[in-house]
Design a protein around this ligand. Structure first.
Ligand code: 26V
Length: 817
């Protein structure tokens, strides 16, 4: 983006006056933030227009990434960095006596996602713009994002996330692009000119209004679009008519039910409940998104035949899987295509990513609900199912069990993952081990039928947000060593390994880590009151709280360390600060108890003078993208300790690595590939392998009582949960105790305890050798390039979407050329 300092100052001061009627002296920090965002908005809009024009002119294939969640994080700083105007802006403001950092903190951090899946979508958006792909997002503009978490009396308390309360600077409402979405009613069949017409009647119509957010590429003038849909009442006429008929309550009921659709993000992740509102949300944004894509396509394309050559629709997990029957509906009922033509177009257009193998996350709807809410979509889904089952019958005549295990509609339920596999041309997992598990276990039968559909795309993260923006000192060090090429070509980070033995680089890296730890320590003190030693190991475990992610294993290990320190305060361990953050789904009792246990343990450990400050435990409330940006750069150790086979990929693991933290982890998800990238010497691997886990599930042989009775450390810890060691929670923690002992420890916490503890001993010893440790850190940073989402996106583009990049400023004068 092109702007000079003086221009920027002028625009900024002018905005303060015109927007707030104030001079600079009277303006509040928020006023100034709003005024600055307006300047940036104006600059971005120019490139945005240009990008869209260029896309139309070149007619290149467009990608639409459909996702229920986009966990964007704050945007102002990313816009400045990617637009190449951060320095200009910083200096311009400084000359006006304003600190840019302070203004940036005014921006709300929209929590429009639960965790990994939503954050991945946001990283993908950033990378698509960076590699100049015409790729856009389609989702929901939730009025309330994921709840704000507070810790009160050691418990998690949920508050609404009212991220829109002061307005949102980066959205552009586009009422002229609104479309209608229809729910309920019934289908009447009419015979019309030799074919059946399906007429949807007595439906409830909802208006989907788009709010567009610009996605700015790194110094390339590309601006893509994230289109978030908001639900509104169709028009006032309905209300007036009802009022006139005295149907006030009915009219209000309609308004109310419409408002619900885009009101709130469901706060579970990896746990599915068949709520009708959730299905409504899914169909709402999918239908609106597809309608607007087709509307745009038809502006320049006379026939639907070429649709798959011009449009790729990617569905992020099964949440948007109704895209399959919805696209069929539009192509047949509105565009007049035959079933076969519509099916060919639909399957060539849609591709699907699976993000979890957890059975409790699989989406299935009861036929009754699906049919009542989406009658025409149900008919089409039924037809897809029948044709699919017939094909299966031809392959396996008489094998009902097999067909039952694969049918899209069976036993009164509609199976969305099956619909997504059958209705798409590509199904991918998000890390090699995850894809292998899909092919060999969870989707084995489907893989047999469609061997060519399945492929792997290991996740990635945008190194611009997670390194360049959030760890500017480290970014500068890397650039000083290897030049700035890595920002566009993250694979060049590899060259940083040449500096592993360079004492000056080692020393600078050590200082950078320490300075990031200092910033975090200050935040910890301010938010929890706990003073932590910045020379202790910062051991960080941040992610959603879930049994399979095994925060419990970490807690048990801390309890064991504490017990040993109580026995021997002179125990030779490096002082440790254990840092946790993460939200628990509001209805997930054990997860909430886990948070309580961490907090209670913290209060016992942190005030105990006997252990000579060797251990500190903190839980930071309200984990978010912004908090992550402070935590990853300050971590020494990254906890990635899920039960092998359960974590599809993980992306936090990549953020830590990129910031020089060392992983202690199981061979699960992308940890396996991180291990391959850095080698045995630069990571601490422990625990059961996924094969061993599967074998236990299949053949049995695991007995938690055996471990309980034979490992005194475990027996002690488990008893401490219920024997008054935590005096006020004596009865409360019995649920955790029981979940482990009565349910035979579903996630093998006890089984992996010993090898986890041993890995920590090794880690502690390695940390004592300062030089070895810093070399490990350099190796991790240097080998993190392959985990950039630029790499991931290029693979999706080449192997799934078949899209090409578009140079927005070809032939124009811009900052890139
Ligand atoms: C599932 C459900 C089920 C219904 C209720 C609401 C809801 C919301 C989200 C989800 C998705 C859970 C799947 C998920 O987040 N998977 C994570 O995806 C990451 C990106 O691929 C990956 O790194 C994590 O390992 C994986 O757990």
């Amino acid at each position: 983006m092109l702007i000079n300092k003086e221009e920027l100052k002028k625009m900024f001061v002018n905005n303060v006056q015109t927007m707030f009627g104030k001079g600079l002296e009277e303006a509040s920090t928020n006023n100034k933030y709003m005024a600055l965002s307006r300047v940036i908005r104006d600059i971005i809009s120019k490139n945005w227009l240009e990008s869209n024009k260029r896309y139309t002119k070149t007619g290149e294939k467009q990608v639409y990434y459909f996702s229920m969640e986009f966990l964007l994080g704050r945007l102002l700083d990313m816009y400045l960095v990617n637009g190449g105007i951060k320095d200009t802006c910083q200096v311009a403001l400084a000359e006006l006596g304003i600190d840019l950092d302070e203004l940036e903190k005014q921006e709300s951090d929209p929590g429009l996602g639960n965790g990994g899946l939503g954050r991945l979508a946001a990283c993908f958006m950033e990378s698509m713009a960076a590699v100049e792909l015409p790729g856009h997002g389609c989702g929901i503009r939730y009025k309330y994002g994921l709840f704000e978490q507070k810790i009160v009396d050691n418990y998690q308390v949920e508050l609404p996330d009212n991220w829109l309360k002061d307005g949102y600077a980066w959205e552009f409402r586009k009422p002229d692009k609104a479309v209608q979405v229809r729910f309920g009613g019934s289908i009447r069949e009419e015979w019309d000119k030799g074919r059946t017409r399906f007429v949807h009647q007595d439906y409830e119509a909802v208006l989907a209004v788009p709010y567009d957010v610009p996605l700015v590429g790194y110094r390339n003038n590309t601006v893509n679009t994230l289109r978030l849909w908001s639900a509104e009442a169709v028009n006032d006429a309905f209300d007036f008519a009802s009022f006139n008929r005295g149907e006030y309550l009915q009219a209000m009921g309609y308004q109310n039910s419409v408002g619900q659709i885009s009101k709130i993000l469901y706060p579970q992740d990896d746990f599915y409940e068949g709520r009708v509102l959730r299905l409504k949300q899914q169909y709402f944004f999918v239908s609106a998104g597809l309608q607007s894509i087709i509307r745009r396509y038809k502006l320049t394309n006379p026939s639907m035949k070429k649709f798959p050559e011009k449009v790729a629709v990617h569905i992020n997990d099964t949440h948007p899987a109704v895209a399959v029957p919805e696209l069929m509906r539009i192509l047949m009922d509105e565009e007049g295509l035959s079933w076969d033509d519509a099916w060919a177009i639909t399957t060539k257009t849609i591709s699907y990513t699976n993000h979890t193998i957890m059975p409790e996350a699989l989406e299935t709807w009861t036929i009754d609900m699906y049919k009542a809410l989406l009658p025409r979509i149900y008919m089409i889904t039924n037809e897809i199912n029948e044709r699919f089952c017939r094909m299966l019958w031809d392959r396996n005549p008489g094998n009902w069990d097999k067909i039952k295990g694969m049918a899209i509609i069976v036993d009164g339920m509609v199976h969305m993952a099956r619909l997504a596999v059958v209705g798409s041309h590509s199904v991918n997992g998000v890390a090699q081990i995850h894809t292998d598990i899909l092919k060999e276990h969870i989707m084995r039968d489907f893989h047999e039928v469609y061997p060519g559909k399945f492929n792997n795309k290991t996740n990635g993260i945008t190194h611009r947000r997670w390194l360049l923006k959030s760890n500017p000192q480290l970014a500068e060090l890397i650039t000083d060593c290897i030049g700035a090429g890595w920002i566009k070509r993250p694979e060049e980070l590899e060259q940083f390994a040449d500096f592993a033995d360079d004492k000056k680089v080692q020393d600078r890296l050590r200082k950078i880590k320490l300075s990031n730890k200092k910033i975090l320590a200050k935040y910890i003190k301010e938010h929890t009151g706990v003073s932590v030693n910045i020379h202790s190991i910062f051991d960080v475990h941040i992610k959603r709280i879930h049994s399979y992610k095994r925060q419990m294993l970490n807690i048990f290990h801390i309890m064991d360390l504490y017990n040993r320190l109580k026995q021997n305060p002179d125990l030779d361990i490096t002082p440790r600060t254990y840092i946790f953050a993460g939200k628990a789904a509001p209805g997930y009792y054990i997860a909430k108890q886990t948070i309580k246990l961490i907090n209670v343990l913290a209060s016992v450990v942190n005030k105990d003078k006997d252990i000579k400050n060797k251990l500190k435990v903190v839980f930071l409330e309200n984990y978010s993208v912004s908090l992550g940006e402070m935590l990853f750069p300050a971590a020494d150790v990254s906890e990635q300790i899920s039960t092998a086979s359960k974590e599809a990929s993980g992306t936090g693991n990549m953020k830590f690595m990129m910031n020089g933290a060392i992983t202690i982890g199981t061979l699960d998800g992308a940890n396996v590939e991180i291990h391959n990238a850095v080698g045995d010497d630069n990571i601490f691997i422990f625990g059961l392998t996924s094969k061993e886990v599967f074998d236990y599930y299949l053949y049995g042989g695991y007995n938690v009582w055996h471990l309980y009775n034979n490992d005194i450390r475990l027996k002690t810890i488990l008893e401490q949960l219920v024997n008054g060691f935590f005096p006020y929670e004596r009865e409360e923690f019995r649920a955790i105790y029981q979940s482990l002992l009565s349910n035979n420890d579903e996630f093998f916490v006890l089984q992996d305890f010993d090898s986890y503890a041993k890995a920590h001993v090794e880690l502690d010893q390695r940390y004592k050798d300062k030089e070895k440790w810093i070399k490990m850190s350099i190796q991790n940073i240097a080998h993190s390039g392959i985990f950039s989402s630029d790499r991931t996106i290029c693979q999706y583009s080449k192997e799934i979407w078949h899209t090409r990049s578009v140079d927005i400023c070809k032939g124009l004068s811009c900052s890139k050329h």
